[in-house]
Design a binder for this molecule. Sequence first.
Ligand SMILES: N=[N+]=NCCCCNC(=O)[C@@H]1[C@H]2[C@H](O)[C@@H](O)[C@H](O)[C@@H](CO)[C@@H]12
Length: 445
Amino acid sequence: MPKHVFPVDFVWGAATAAYQIEGAVREDGRGESIWDRFSHTPGKIQGGDTGDVACDHYHRYREDVALMREMGLKGYRFSIAWPRIVPAGKGALNPKGLDFYNALVDRLLANGITPYATLYHWELPQLLQDRGGWDNRDTAAYFAEYAAVVFESLGDRVRHWITLNEPSVVAYNGHAIGEHAPGFTDYALAVRVSHHLNLAHARAVAAYRQLNQGGVIGTTLNLTSVYPAGNAPEDGAAARIADGMYNRWFLDPVLKGAYPRDILELFGQKLQAPVIQAGDLERIAAAPIDFLGLNYYSRLLVRSAPSSPFGYEAVRGAGPCTAMGWEIYPDGLYDLLVRLDRDYGHPRLLVTENGAAFDDPLQAGRVADPERIAYLREHFLAARRAIESGVRLEGYFVWSLLDNFEWAHGYSRRFGLIYVDYPTQERIWKDSARWYQGVIRQNGV
Ligand SMILES: N=[N+]=NCCCCNC(=O)[C@@H]1[C@H]2[C@H](O)[C@@H](O)[C@H](O)[C@@H](CO)[C@@H]12
């Protein structure tokens, strides 16, 4: 019997994203996305990898749903590729794209797995990027039009919706540091993009409410717990700025209907203030969410750095790290969950991603991954402590079901519970997959 049992209806899940697993990028009418363009641009992706084939999930989804069923997943979080549904980003629909996701959803339901669908996991249609992408306010409206098409096609069976995956990473990695598509390095642009993403989220929520389909809708934010590296007052001030830029800039609009004043002023001083037009904040405030999805991977340790653009710099923590170089810090998940509960009105929460990459050598047909088991166990225990503290945590989606295309790192990083032998596309259960199957079966660790 487990020592730490979870609530009886706790949703144990796993998560993926379209571009990272589907492949078939030019099949059945799919349009080009910014990640197709970026991954095919020399020098952008480690090893020159692309998502052209990935895990070939577009053709193997029946086999993959069978794996989920065997694992005993209660929920499966996946993303819908905008370029499969509206190849040009706006205008004509692609029926074969809708057919794929309808078939996936039907097969999930037939296997007792609840679908959790993300509408935007970074695959902007390239033709919209050619018109300014997220720097163009119109993209928010095009997103809502795409979302409405998907709601109408799937909304009778999909009852859990996530508008955006990690707007902070879309804005920062894609527009401030250039590590992700579309590859810009302009911080003022990144701030404008963050505002237009918030508008897109609000418009999609409004479109969902209008359809009265009776499900729930939220968003997924990449959040962390920020700690000062030292006891000096300036380190504490640095931590507050970092928390504002990383967390509150994205949390406050969707949960409080307003931007945090300190960061609004900071951006106003340092950057061209985001292009906030009359009515924007009212629109954002008028689109409350039913639940908040959070992706947690590691903590953020900062110290004062007057010469840095925003007066702080990250400090490497003392703990062990994953293959991504991210410090393993489960207490940061507990602190984050309790903070969200305290500061944002006791919201319904889902951990929509948590997991780790390790080397995962395949040896004699087996992958022993004790580090991943330990990582997940420690984070599950942190989540359980938060639930005991009264946090309304309703589910947990491990990142990821399968090894997959890890963005700028290509296939060099393995986050999966299930190993993918890419040359053969064979799926091989890692020890952690068997362990997780047991956690789900006994509903606890
Ligand atoms: N220090 N440190 N840092 C942690 C910073 C994490 C930022 N990256 C993410 O959250 C991405 C999220 C994405 O949804 C998924 O598509 C990615 O595959 C995973 C794994 O990378 C995560």
